[in-house]
Design a protein around this ligand. Structure first.
Ligand code: ZN
Ligand code: ZN
Ligand code: FE
Length: 763
């Protein structure tokens, strides 16, 4: 061909196992190009030959029209000598070190969904339909490369029809590793509590399951990363029975609704929330519920103004939800703090006392993962939990660093592995103090290392010597360990995902983390970067009367703060937290407050929220972590007055102490003056925002730094995050928040990994 050129194009990112090569194949044919495409350890490499215009179009369309599960990091083009070939072909994969990304589990795509409900299609109503653009990935991988023999699909030999699709480059199921059909693939089964296949009166297991749900029964449904427990969300007895059997009094249940229109019947949705609900990651999105009459049973989210909702993401979900359900409760299949059940036999044992029946199948889940949970904040996602649908997507770091394994903290545990300039966060694992969860954590670390082929050169852990993650790190043998202060890790995590590398102010509002001085920190103002930090401000400390009991019983924190603010007469006042102490016990409790017996000190922001929640009479005892603060935010959303309460700032050298005693005094007066609790809660949020900005101004005056990152568990509170962002922006600060990982301890490992990686570079 005259004037022909040849280009070698390298595409990196998540481009393998997502239908990228057939996509390139079709594109090349369309553009009349010859050459080849192949998978290599570093991504996809294309050599294409043809007119210069067609080559330019190829590069543009590669990025613009990439398959839905692909995430492109970069496209690099270089011109090479013309060869002259006959056609365009897909070459076998090269071998070598695997640097290409692995795709997360994806929602069923529109093409497959159409076939699922097309009576003429051979996969009509087949619950395991998938293609190169959709279906399970991470959860079925047993090893690498991502190829059928290294997935749990290995036990299903393909039938001739599936084999033909799998081998045909122009078919949309070309090399779709989980390809299956009713002839050759996994099968659905309905089992009773004892694990025996149930008589479904000639109907398919699916119809049997629908009948059970309709009659108010509890159904365990096998999903992508584990089992859900499902009940009809409009049936009060069924929801109450699920709470009773799950031993879960108040923690909200997640919902799954058939489509957006159904969600709009019980929740107020913004455009952005709708986009996230419908996105391929299919997270649970926290949305505001209608105050009006709605069909959903109140017990789904007791005392809470929000629903956690998701849309169906597997073909099975679609088949179930289209049976005229307004919504199903779909809560993780576990007992309290245990990890989500995912192996069939183990699930039947563990969920036996809860589920009446199991809608199961024989495609094994190899990696467990819970649903991801997000809220929408300033047009983007605010992660409360980053898990299924996002993991194991990489996060791009500013610079290449030695490979690090970071093990996080103890609650909401995740781990992070780095390779070059990429960080890979694991799925959410849970609270490590639960033995089964701890085992799941060690499994997760091992599996992620295997499929990412990373051998860590450094292990990073929290400064707290007693965290189970710290002990786990210490037992990892001959690898250098780096201990990272908890709030420094939070700060670095937010800096890393925002690509910041110069001096930054860290506003870290959190529940608990061990400080450098041995006390419990949590309301912190730091300045520095990855290499180090200085604590330049913090909340005035309060005692935790009774130690850990003060975390479970917010009334104790309220009395601790009241005692600081008002002194000994506090127990004579008629305030909600005071009523929690029997008159006969008051002298003893006062003595504990005065002498600080069994009362460690903390600057925690989370505990301040607890104190205020108790003080306004909202919540004296909690049944799940963060409950008082979550409810205080929901209450504040309904409040109108928002002028701040008074607060104080004391400067000692270059450390500022934010003093909330005046705030607590004023709130105490408001409560006794019968001011509506919602208004008090709102004013408290504004106070915190204004006070934070005031401290940051002092730090800026002293340092000249005007870049601020916000991190820590308290920033799951959207009202607080918005308030702090607004007040800081008004004063000319550049404010950065989390968008890729959670602000809570679920995002901590990223910060640990970057701090440890850089420390090593500098050594
Ligand atoms: Zn599909
Ligand atoms: Zn088949
Ligand atoms: Fe934390």
């Amino acid at each position: 061909m005259n004037g022909a050129r040849r280009a070698r194009i390298q595409v990196s990112g998540i481009v393998q196992g997502v239908g990228f090569r057939p996509f390139v194949f079709r594109l090349a044919h369309e553009l009349g190009l010859v050459g080849w495409v192949r998978n290599t350890p570093a991504g996809v490499v294309i050599e294409a030959e043809g007119s210069p215009e067609a080559l330019t179009l190829l590069c543009e369309r590669l990025e613009r029209e990439a398959p839905p599960l692909a995430v492109i990091d970069f496209v690099h083009r270089e011109d090479v000598p013309v060869v002259g070939e006959d056609g365009f072909v897909i070459l076998a994969s090269g071998v070598g070190e695997n640097h290409a990304g692995i795709a997360p589990d994806g929602e069923v795509c529109p093409d497959c969904l159409r076939e699922l409900f097309d009576p003429t299609n051979r996969r009509y109503r087949y619950p395991f339909i998938n293609c190169t653009n959709c279906g399970p990935r991470y959860s079925i991988m047993t090893g690498i490369p991502y190829d059928r023999p290294f997935t749990t699909m290995v036990q299903f030999p393909m039938c001739p029809a599936c084999r033909a699709e799998y081998e045909n480059p122009s078919d949309r199921r070309f090399h779709a590793q989980p390809i299956a059909c009713p002839e050759c693939g996994p099968r659905l089964r309905l089992l009773d509590g004892a694990g025996c296949e149930m008589e479904t009166h000639g109907n398919a297991p699916l119809q049997g399951a629908v009948d059970l749900l309709r009659s108010g029964r509890i159904l365990a449904v096998k999903g992508v990363g584990g089992y859900h427990l499902a009940v009809d969300a409009t049936n009060p007895e069924a929801v109450a029975e699920l709470r009773r059997r799950k031993n879960r009094d108040e923690k909200p249940f997640a919902l799954m609704a058939p489509d957006l229109a159904s969600v709009r019947c019980f929740a107020m949705l913004t455009d952005v929330e709708e986009r996230f609900l419908e996105g391929p990651e299919r997270p649970i999105v926290i949305v505001k519920k209608w105050e009006a009459e709605i069909p959903i049973v109140p017990l789904v989210v007791p005392g809470n103004g929000y629903y956690g909702v998701m849309l169906p993401y597997t073909p099975l979900h679609h088949l179930l939800l289209r049976e005229n359900f307004s919504a199903l409760v779909m809560t993780s299949g576990n007992i309290s703090d245990e990890p989500i059940a995912y192996r069939d036999r183990e699930s039947r044992e563990r969920l036996a006392g809860i589920a009446d029946a199991f809608l199961a199948h024989d495609r094994e889940i190899h990696v467990r993962s819970d649903d991801s949970v997000i809220r929408v904040f300033q047009g983007g996602p605010l992660f409360l939990r980053r898990s299924r649908g996002y993991v194991p997507r990489g996060i791009v770091l500013l610079a290449s660093q030695p490979s690090v394994l970071a093990v996080g903290a103890e609650l909401k545990a995740t781990c992070c592995l780095t390779r070059g300039a990429h960080a890979f966060m694991s799925q959410h694992v849970g609270d490590l103090q639960n033995a089964a969860t701890f085992d799941s954590f060690t499994e997760t670390v091992r599996h992620l290392q295997t499929i990412m082929e990373i051998r860590p050169e450094i292990v990073a852990h929290d400064l707290h010597p007693d965290y189970l993650s710290t002990r786990f790190a210490e037992e990892l043998g001959d690898v250098p360990k780096v201990a990272v202060q908890h709030h420094h890790a939070h700060m670095a995590s937010c800096m890393a995902e925002n690509g910041l590398d110069s001096e930054t102010i860290g506003v870290i509002f959190d529940g608990t983390g061990l400080g450098l001085d041995g006390s419990i920190w949590g309301g912190e103002f730091l300045i520095g970067g990855y290499q180090g930090f200085q604590r330049v401000g913090h909340f005035r400390r309060a005692t935790l009367p009774g130690g850990d009991a003060a975390v479970r019983e917010p009334w104790r924190m309220a009395l601790s703060w009241l005692h600081q603010a008002l002194g000994g007469e506090v127990l004579d006042l008629d305030l909600p937290p005071v009523r929690e102490v029997a008159v006969a016990d008051r002298r003893l409790f006062l003595a504990m407050l005065e002498r600080g017996i069994n009362s460690p000190l903390t600057s925690s922001c989370g505990r301040l929220f607890d104190a205020v929640a108790a003080l306004v009479g909202l919540r004296q005892r909690i049944s799940y972590e963060g409950q008082a603060a979550i409810e205080l935010e929901a209450l504040a959303e309904r409040g109108s007055a928002d002028e701040p309460y008074p607060f104080g700032i004391d400067e000692e050298g270059d450390v500022r102490q934010l003093d909330f005693r005046p705030t607590i005094r004023a709130i105490g007066e408001s409560v006794r003056g019968a001011v509506p609790p919602a208004d008090i809660a709102r004013r408290f949020h504004s106070t915190l925002a204004v006070a934070t900005a005031a401290v940051c101004e002092l730090i800026r005056e002293a340092s000249g730094v005007s870049r601020v990152v916000l991190s820590g568990g308290s920033f799951q509170n959207r009202l607080l995050a918005e308030g702090v962002c607004d007040e800081l922006s008004k004063r000319g600060f550049s404010v950065f928040t989390h968008r890729l990982v959670p602000p809570n301890d679920g995002g901590l490992a990223l910060g640990q990994a970057v701090i440890a990686g850089l420390r090593r570079v500098l050594m």
